[in-house]
Design a protein around this ligand. Sequence first.
Ligand code: GLN
Length: 474
Amino acid sequence: MIDLTTLTIAEASAKLATKEYSAVGLARAYKDAINDKNAELNVYLEVFDDIEEQALAADARRAQDEKDGKTSHPLLGIPLAIKDNILIEGRRASAASKMLENYTAAYDATAIRKLKEAGVVFLGRTNMDEFAMGGSTENSAFGPTKNPHDTSRVAGGSSGGSAAAVAANLALASLGSDTGGSIREPASFCGMVGLKPTYGAVSRSGLMAMGSSLDQIGPFAKNVTDAQMLFDAIAGLDPLDSTSVDLATYTTQPQNKTIGVPRDLLKEGVDSDVLAQFEQSLDALRAQGYKVVDVSIPSASLALAVYYVIMPAEVSSNLARFDGVRYGLSVKGENLIDDYATTREIGFGPEVRRRIMLGTYVLSSGYYDAYYGKATIARTQLAREVAAALDGIDVIATPTAPCPATRLGEKSDPLAMYLLDIFTVTANLTGNPAISIPMGTVDRDGNQLPVGLQLTAAHGAEATLFEVAKAFEQ
Ligand code: GLN
C-alpha cells in the first residue's frame, strides 16, 4: 500500500527511481482514491480512461533510460490533475461551461507539451468556475467542488478542482490558472501551496483566455519543493506566446532577508483569527532570521476596482469568439444574429454573461475614458508602487484571503464574492510572482480550516519566493 496522504513528488520520484513501486502501481493507487472520493467531492469533470496505459509507457521509458545509461526526468510517472481550461490534444476541454461541453482540444498547451516530454501521467481534468470566472467553483456548469476539509464548504476558485484534488490525495500535484487569484485562493482554502508565476514566465499558449494581460498557468502542490519542480518543468520562453519571457533576462537584486508588510491593507475586512495566524507567521519568519518592516502601497486599496474593470474588458473581447460558429455549442435561431445571441444565452452561465456585459460597457465609446482608461492609469501607478515597495526587500507578505473557505452558497452576492480577491488581484495587475503557502488553521463550526500566507516578489524572482517559502515551511 502506498500512503498517498504524505506522499510528495520528490519522494515518489525517488521511489520510482529505486523501483520501490512502479508508475503503474502509483497510478492505480490514485485511481482507487478517485473512485472512492470523487463522487462526493466533484473534483474531476473527467477521469481519463487511459491512466494505466500512460503509466505503463512511463515505466517502459524508465527501463529504456536505464538501458541507455540516462537519468530519468524527475517527473517521469508522476500523476497530475489538470484544470479544464488547459488544452490536452485529443481530449475534452470544457472550461466547465455548457458552451464547450463537447469541445475536443486540437493541440497541446505548451505547459502540457512540456509535461508530456517529462513523462507525467495525466489523471483527468478538474472542475473550475466557468471560464475561470469566480472564487469558489460554484460557477461551474457541472456543480461545485466540495472542500475536502469540510464538505459543506467551497474549495475556493476558480481552480477549486485542482486544489481539492491535491488536498484530498486524488492527485500528487496539479495545474491551475490564475487571473486574479484563482490558484492562490483555492490553495489557501484547501491548505496547499499554489504559485502564480511572473507574467510571461509560463506560456499561455493553449490556456483558454480569460484576461490575457493577467492570466498565468501555475502549480498546486503539497509543499514548496514540489511546486518548484513543477514550475521548473513548465516555465520558459515560447514562440507561441509573444508575451512569454525568459526569466533569466530579469536581473534580481541580492536577497537581504527582509519582509515587507502593507499594514494599511490589513486594517479592516480581515477575520481576526486569520490576522492572528498572519502575525504568528511573521514571528515564525523572524525566528528564521528575517526582518519584518512596514511598506506602503497606497493604490493597493484601488486594486480590486481596477481589476474588476480591466478583467471584464478583456473577458468581453476574449469570449467574443464563442459565437456558435467557430467553437463548441451552436444553437440555430431565426437568422445569423439570432444564432449568435441564442447560442451565447444558452451556452454561458450568469456570471460569464455578467462579466461580458460589464466589459462591453467599460469599453463602450461613451465610457471608455471614465472606466477602462482610468483603470489602466491606476494599474501603471500600482505597478510603480509595488516595485518601489519591493526595492531593498525580498518579499511582501499578506494573508492570501481575508477568511477561510466559505460555506457553499454563502457568497451568493457577486460583490461579496469579489471582495475575497482583495489581496490576490494586485500581483496579476502588476505581473509580479506570488505564492500562497499554508499558515495554519482557524476554527469554524468545530472544523479546523486552513488559511494561506501570500508572498509577492519582484518580477522574475521566483527563486526568492521559493527560498522564503521554504524557510517558512520549516
Ligand atoms: N476570483 C477572481 C475572479 O473571479 C479570480 C479569477 C481567476 O483568477 N481566474 O475573477
